[in-house]
Design a protein around this ligand. Sequence first.
Ligand SMILES: Cc1cc2nc3c(=O)[nH]c(=O)nc-3n(C[C@H](O)[C@H](O)[C@H](O)COP(=O)(O)OP(=O)(O)OC[C@H]3O[C@@H](n4cnc5c(N)ncnc54)[C@H](O)[C@@H]3O)c2cc1C
Ligand code: FES
Length: 238
Amino acid sequence: MIKRLTLGAPAIARTAQPGQFVHVRVGESYHPLLRRPLSIAEVDREVGNITVIYRVVGKGTALLASLPPGEFVDCMGPLGNGFDMNTERPLLVGGGMGLAPLLFLAKALCPKPVTALMGGRTKEELWWRNVFLGTCRSIHVTTDDGSMGRRGFTIDLLPELLENCKYDRIYACGPLRMMEGVARLARDKGIPCQISFEDHMACGVGACLSCTCAGTDGKRRKVCSDGPVFWAEEVLEL
Ligand SMILES: Cc1cc2nc3c(=O)[nH]c(=O)nc-3n(C[C@H](O)[C@H](O)[C@H](O)COP(=O)(O)OP(=O)(O)OC[C@H]3O[C@@H](n4cnc5c(N)ncnc54)[C@H](O)[C@@H]3O)c2cc1C
Ligand code: FES
């Protein structure tokens, strides 16, 4: 089940950058104790709203989904580092809920010509296409079963896109294997690539070290405060 939650959060809406996330306390009891990280998918700076789009996978997201409209939600943010926006011709590649932060990015990059490549298992998973319509210059779709767009994975279609257009930045968010594939192709073409991790987190602010990942320089990175957005070569062995 996918849910879209809009929160009145003027201070967060004022400063949030694409790629940043909020850390949401999902209930009043001790279980679950930890907040849940969710990407900021949309921002309305004038009204002071932010929107998150999330999949209900466990107790935390189920509790969040059960809240009635108008409920108060304890929400920390914006947290983490966002995407580098220095681009004239961006390509966004997303799979599954990884498309949530890319939606904010696509809107923030307008009116630059944004191309989106999105993948899902079936066409039902690609309702995202309608959400991105109107924001992107072009949208390409792959499904594992061929029920929408090209049959296969995003990285099967990507070489063709890179052959035909000169992108100057690639941004990817989704399953790790997808991001590795995207980053390899980007490296081969000499295009700078940023990826965003969606790992498990505890504190969300760099204090507990529960979210660390290995950097390619041998030093560890905290996904919550050094990321969740990284240059691909900083954290992926390509
Ligand atoms: C920076 C960041 C941004 C995120 N943005 C979004 C978003 O915009 N939309 C969205 O739907 N989700 C997003 N996530 C993932 C989201 O935080 C988890 O789905 C959520 O915490 C699950 O909480 P839960 O209590 O419902 O599930 P739990 O009960 O904690 O877990 C249920 C199942 O999901 C698995 N799981 C939990 N968290 C993750 C994870 N991060 N990656 C893979 N598997 C996991 C568990 O291993 C378990 O199998 C993001 C994560 C991060 C770190
Ligand atoms: S979640 Fe605690 S350091 Fe990242």
